[in-house]
Design a binder for this molecule. Sequence first.
Ligand code: AVJ
Length: 329
Amino acid sequence: MSETKITKKKKHDNSIINHFKKEVDEGLSNAEKSLPSKYFYDKTGDALFVKIMHLPEYYVTRSEHEIFKTQSQVIIKALQLNPETYFELIELGAGDGLKTKELLRELIQFNYRFEYMPVDISQNALDKLETNLNHELPKCKITKEHGDYFEVLELLKENMHPKVILFLGSNIGNMPDAVATDFLSKLSDNLQKKDKLFLGVDLIKPASIVLPAYNDSQGITAAFNLNLLDRINRELEANFDLKFFKHQPEYKESDGIAKSYLVSTKAQQVYIARLNKRFDFYKGERILTEISRKYNDTILNSILSKTDFVIKGRITDSKAYFANYILER
Ligand code: AVJ
């Protein structure tokens, strides 16, 4: 007998929550506590991230947006797109699609034949994006996919249409280099010879610029980080007292990795009902909640050397804060 749509959805939801439980349990049981940053993005987290993207200190989005706004024809040329050849434009972690819209507008204006496929971990963000695009760019054909980056790889094998993968916003920076290497290898294994990856990365620069981007004066990034504990409270029936955890960002230009922690400001115990477990925190103990790696050509090349991707081009903003690389396998 075939399953109903509702049973399927319930099963899907169950598997998401079980995954969440498992990863929270593992992360908080480690000697050095950590939580996966992908769980930032619930409804509250999405809204806070939209605020982050507009913060004066958060140069990341603005720099990449400038590239899309002022160099969309350069992008189209670099991707060797042809108006006659149908292609799929697949965006990993599409979010609100603000930057991509600049490119979509240009492609539609010049009658390129393509379908836009945004992928995101947040169903909420995807639904909003679809509504917005139907309104602003009604000619754009859009098919959304809900899931994390790895889940979506399989989808790429479904047909042989030429593909352009957008992986923007330095989202790859949330992965440790070994994970990024593994992910890019798997991605290239799922692509055909002439397919392209358009990869946006934040470039290594002084701490005086990077650190404020993760420690804004309005405390939005702090709220974004702390929302992770609140989400655990809500979804896993935990009792984290947010008063006693503090946002703590770190960045050294010499290692090029911004890190966000939540510090326990006193010795305390937290109970997570849905795990039926207690977790002890000593005063000053930290949970690593996010890494945001910054890159240069050397670092990127060392990652790519273990994959089938090669660099075909590089576009930067006027301040050279950010780079979009064109990669081909
Ligand atoms: C969306 C992962 C690129 O790491 O800069 C912003 C997320 N975290 N402020 C980043 C984020 C804190 C962002 N990425």
